[in-house]
Ligand binder design. Structure first.
Ligand code: DGJ
Length: 727
């Protein structure tokens, strides 16, 4: 059992393979956090809390001036009685009072892990995970709070969430309901977050934590490309290979916040959860509210170990799709090849070229429905445009299947164009404020998924699409963020619920469609990687990483995305040069090396490629097929950091340790270049490896510690791939 409880001292020890998490009930009432870090065999009290009167901190017990909630490392801090740091939850009762205080009321330790109703969440059987539920209570107001910790012993992951129950006779409004709050009693940390925007998702931001609060958030209704729902505290000096990391990833696709707050005694409060701004929830008597979960990962050996923990955990305990262990097909996507301008004939020409080159899946992107000749109309009218596809989807799909390829389709089900039959029939389906004009994004509006009938319409519309043809793959896009987030179908006191109800509505739709169609591979997308989060991955095992396919930009995007997400989850395509987003010309080989480092595909007009280019593409595809298993199911190591250098590099090792693939990328050619040394990672130092191109044999220790010499090319944006086999 990975959860130990010492009843005498009232200490909980959550014990995973390489980490420990310790809490204690003080005075039979307060739940204090004692330790999170490297695994301990047992905890005997070394890190005891030392009581001492601290400045002007306030005290809950009149005669105990040394006991103050303002300095107590708390597990789920409240507001209103002396802890002036960021609270983990907030309530408002009918009197308008926001004060609350929780006392320990019991706990339960169970095998396995409960599912979270309506929400994506990690899973595992009784041998993999144990769950501790601590029951806290605010007797005065009648609120019960259940802190849920599921410990995945082998993976060193704790999944944390909270359930609120109103056992009073009055309405309570939850004004803040974070999923995680941890008080660390040390302060020598940097904060790592992933920021960006469209075409520029997930840049690495590492900054020292000195004073005050570092906070990231999304208020856009999606997890967003601006900030990823991830935060890590890195022990100062920690890097890819060494040093402690405390990381949190949110299994949620809507508004969020993550905070690292330093108090005046140099403790750090580390929090993550739903964003409280316009994020209230009315809890009527007898009702309950469940928060999404946060995955907490501790690494004693730097970022690579943190990433391995996340990657392995996602594969085994989060991505629910039956495709999680299946080989992902190499695809050709029609978007940058044709945009809205295609006919069946043109698509089939493209598909023939793709099939000849060895591509396995043909994806018809935007433009196949309604009167969708540009992005100003038709979202919501999910009937095929027979001007473009006279035989309908089925006719095209059959021809594609006859070419030996699978058939995939793009949809954007959460949206509605004002110029659409759906809008003309149901203007009320739009998410909007009664007395205000719409705000537009790409000239489209968002459906009010907080309403059951709108969700039912979406499920029905998608089922009709899926029933028309044999569809093997769906790209689920979402191209604008949420504004006028109100719903006339909810009471005034519940308008703060719309953001979360939207996400719940979306999850409900996807839950139904993915469960009913396990044969379909789903890929999520939100103008590229605008909703790349663990919540979407639960349902859809891959995500379009970015609309930016320029390998120079992708080097950073894929590097930093891999902090949390495994390469197999990142859609990556070879596109044309000059690149449509950046205008940059890069070698075809480098574009392919970058895309091959993830879930590989193409997105360009193959009918315009020269014979030589087609030969190169055909070779790339057959090469990827030989390394696909290593890339998609192997272990991934970041080697050279493109945020710090003119280079980027990483290597993959197959599950059985026999195959090694390394990619090295250069940004600009330098006038007096240093010979680069590429030191591989994760090999067996006692084993020997043969380089497949040259036949040379090297020791694993040599490849890791001495490294391979690379002579930079006289060319910008060069790349190299090395392949070794263990002998
Ligand atoms: C945004 C996506 O990121 C693109 O890949 C493409 O599918 C377009 N939408 C289509 O409108």
């Amino acid at each position: 059992m990975s959860i130990q409880y010492d009843g005498q001292r009232q200490i909980f020890h959550l014990k995973a393979k390489t980490s420990s998490y310790v809490m204690q009930i003080l005075k039979g009432k307060y739940l204090a956090h004692l330790y999170w870090g490297r695994g301990l065999e047992s905890y005997h009290g070394s890190r005891a809390l030392i009581w001492k009167e601290r400045s002007l901190e306030t005290n809950p017990e009149p005669k105990e001036r040394t006991f103050s909630l303002g300095v107590l490392p708390q597990e789920y801090p409240q507001y209103g009685n002396g802890d002036f740091r960021s609270c983990a939850y907030g309530i408002r009762n009918e009197r308008g009072s926001r004060i609350s205080s929780l006392s320990y009321a019991g706990h339960e330790i169970t095998k396995g892990k409960p599912t979270l109703p309506g929400l994506p969440s990690s899973f595992g059987d009784e041998t993999a995970v144990d769950t501790l539920t601590i029951h806290m209570q605010d007797e005065i107001v009648g609120l019960d709070v259940f802190l849920i910790y599921s410990v995945f012993e082998e993976k060193s992951v704790i999944a944390r969430s909270v359930r609120f129950e109103n056992h009073s006779t009055q309405n309570l409004t939850l004004t803040k309901m974070l999923s995680m709050s941890v008080d660390l009693r040390e302060d020598d940390f940097d904060v790592l977050t992933l920021y960006g925007g469209h075409n520029n998702e997930r840049n690495m931001d590492r900054r020292p934590l000195t004073s005050g609060t570092v906070q990231i958030e999304s208020l856009r209704g999606t997890s967003s490309p601006q900030q990823s729902p991830f935060m890590a505290l890195m022990r100062r000096g920690a890097d890819e290979e060494q040093g402690e990391i405390f990381a949190a990833s949110f299994v949620y696709s809507g508004n969020f916040m993550a905070t690292a707050q330093v108090d005046s005694f140099r403790n750090i409060r580390f929090q993550m959860g739903m964003n409280p701004w316009n994020g209230e929830w009315l809890l009527k008597p007898g009702e309950s509210f469940q928060t999404p979960e946060v995955l907490m990962v501790y690494s004693a050996h730097g970022l690579n170990e943190m990433s391995h923990t996340f990657h392995c955990f996602f594969r085994e305990h989060l991505v629910r799709s039956p495709f999680v262990r299946k080989e992902r097909p190499i695809l050709l996507n029609s978007w940058e090849a044709a945009y809205f301008d295609f006919t069946e004939e043109k698509l089939l020409e493209l598909a023939k070229k793709a099939a000849q080159a060895g591509i396995e899946l043909f994806v018809l992107d935007d433009g196949w429905f309604g009167k969708r000749d540009d992005d100003t109309s038709s979202l919501g009218d999910w009937q095929v445009d027979t001007k473009k596809l006279p035989g309908g989807l089925a006719h095209l799909e059959q021809k594609i299947h006859k070419l030996g390829m699978q058939f995939g389709l793009w949809v954007e089900p959460e949206m509605i164009s004002q110029n659409s039959d759906l809008y003309r029939q149901h203007p009320d389906y739009v998410l909007h404020a009664e007395d205000r004009p719409y705000t537009y994004g790409r000239e489209q509006l968002v459906l009010d998924l907080s309403r059951h009938e709108v969700c039912a319409y979406v499920v029905d519309a998608m089922e009709k699409v899926l029933s028309q043809a044999r569809i093997d793959y769906i790209k689920w896009d979402m191209n604008r963020q949420l504004t006028e987030v109100e719903s006339s179908f909810l009471e005034a006191g519940q308008q703060g619920e719309v953001f979360h109800r939207y996400v719940l509505g979306l999850y409900g739709i996807i839950e139904k469609l993915t469960a009913r169609h396990p044969e379909i591979l789903f890929e999520s997308c939100a103008s590229g990687g605008g909703r790349f989060d663990a919540g979407m991955l639960y349902y859809m095992p891959q995500t379009w990483c970015s609309d930016n396919t320029d390998p120079v930009c992708r080097m950073k995007i894929q590097y930093a995305t891999s902090f949390v997400f495994p390469p197999v989850t990142m859609g990556a395509h070879v596109s044309v040069a000059p690149n449509h987003q950046t205008g940059r010309n890069t070698p075809l080989s480098t574009r392919a090396a970058m895309a091959m480092s993830a879930n590989f595909g193409y997105e360009l007009d193959l009918t315009k490629c020269s014979e030589e280019e087609m030969r190169e593409i055909t070779e790339q595809i057959s090469f990827y097929k030989t390394i696909r298993d290593t890339i998609q199911r192997g272990r991934f190591y970041r080697v050279k950091n493109p945020f710090l250098e003119n280079h980027g590099a990483w290597n993959f090792i197959s599950q059985d340790g026999r195959e090694v693939v390394a990619f090295y990328f250069e940004v600009l050619c330098e006038p007096a270049p240093a010979i680069q040394i590429l030191k591989l990672k994760g090999l067996d130092e006692k084993a020997y490896y043969q380089e497949l191109d040259t036949g040379e044999v090297y020791g694993g220790d040599e490849l890791m510690y001495s490294g391979i010499s690379i002579l930079p090319e006289k060319q910008d944006f060069g790349s190299k791939c090395f392949r070794f086999q263990r002998i």
